[in-house]
Design a protein around this ligand. Structure first.
Ligand code: 5AD
Ligand code: FES
Length: 358
């Protein structure tokens, strides 16, 4: 089958055999990417219309016990000035975000042992108390089933944990032996079982990644059926073992965004900061390839430069309000509008309506 027909089949069936994905990924060309993007945008509009959703990101700690080889805030990077936001600062970020129109907050941090389950639950409860109409997303790494259960009971409804790569051997190229691919995948399945709206994802162009690895990532996503998928280009970070590796490319990331949209038509798919970092119009181009979420930073300006997962990260000098103005303009420049609501996955909304929950 020719590659254009493979894309049409993907748009219709929402999956392809492994070889079909490899064929697409190993021989991308401009025409193919344009066709994928146009199918992807059409699909996004069918499910979410013109809306692009926003999530307010609060990077509350850059302290991490892990040593992922790609990550700028890995434990072994001694050049990082470490910080933790106080509870008051976190609640203040959310209050400011609320005034700016955000109805969903993402608490993201390194795997910082200071934040016990009790502390996280208290924070989630306080956020829910202050902003009952908001969704709380956690992105704090691998935890036990019991911890995830407690977070869910405290009121967290969403959890982001990128699987990073669905190929165990590639996982072990990117992480030290203390981290296991199996545990990563098990965490994601647990999150789904506990009823979290779950986000998986991976970096595009990470060292050693092959088209076969990416095909396995897509099949992994198909099997997991996450409500959200975060992808962005790998970007080298100073002070890491991968500091000299080449970055992933804009075009390959855009192509994967389109493929993921066709694979999971109702998925919430961010145009990530990493995409905006490798190209000045990367996020706009992401939206034109099938993304429908942006995640502006609500962290205090004083700490932003310290949360450098990779070099040259954008938006580290801006206030939250400035980012929202900037993003609104960017989204409007591609004919879309920024939505001010929780931006639930449509599958989840339907489920809630069916069950008469609030
Ligand atoms: N380049 C791009 N993305 C990165 N991440 C971590 N380090 C980098 C990097 N150097 C991504 C990982 C992680 C997410 C929070 O950020 O995929 O899951
Ligand atoms: Fe932050 Fe543009 S989104 S300055």
């Amino acid at each position: 089958m020719n590659r254009k027909n493979l894309l049409d089949q993907l748009a219709k069936d929402h999956t392809l055999p492994f070889d079909g994905f490899v064929e697409l990924l190993a021989h991308p060309d401009e025409g193919l990417q344009a066709h994928a993007a146009s199918l992807a945008v059409e699909t996004t509009q069918q499910y979410y219309g013109n809306k692009v959703f926003s999530r307010g990101l609060i990077e509350f700690t850059n302290i991490c016990q892990n040593n992922c080889y790609y990550c700028g805030i890995r434990a072994g990077n001694e050049n990082v000035q470490r910080y933790r936001l106080t509870d008051e600062q976190i609640l203040q970020c959310a209050a400011t975000g609320y005034q700016l129109g955000f109805r969903t907050f993402v608490l993201q941090g390194g795997e910082d042992p200071y934040y016990t389950d009790d502390k996280i639950c208290r924070l989630v409860q306080q956020l829910k108390h202050n902003h009952p109409d908001c969704a709380i997303t956690l992105s704090i790494g691998e935890k036990s089933r019991e911890s995830y259960e407690r977070f869910r009971q405290a009121g967290a409804e969403r959890y982001l944990l990128r699987h990073e790569t669905a190929t165990p051997a590639h996982y072990h190229r990117l992480h030290p032996p203390s981290l296991s691919a199996e545990n990563r995948y098990a965490c994601l399945h647990t999150l789904k079982e506990l009823g979290f709206q779950t986000g998986a994802g991976f970096m595009v162009g990470s060292p050693g990644q092959t088209p076969e690895d990416l095909a396995r990532d897509l099949l992994f996503l198909h099997k997991l059926q996450p409500e959200m998928v975060g992808i962005g280009p790998f970007i080298p970070a100073a002070g890491t073992p991968f500091a000299q590796e080449p970055a992933g490319t804009l075009n390959e990331t855009l192509f994967l965004l389109s493929l993921i949209r066709l694979l999971l038509p109702d998925v919430l798919l961010p145009a990530t900061t990493a995409l905006g970092t490798i190209d000045p119009r990367g996020r706009e181009k992401g939206i034109l390839a099938g993304a429908n979420v942006v995640m502006p930073n609500l962290s205090p300006k004083s700490v932003r430069k310290k949360y450098q997962l990779y070099d040259n990260k954008i938006c580290t000098g801006e206030e939250a309000a400035e980012c929202i103005v900037c993003l609104t303009k960017r989204i409007e420049s591609v004919g879309r509008e920024l939505a001010v609501d929780r931006g639930d996955n449509v599958r989840y909304v339907k489920m809630k309506e069916d069950h008469y929950c609030v």
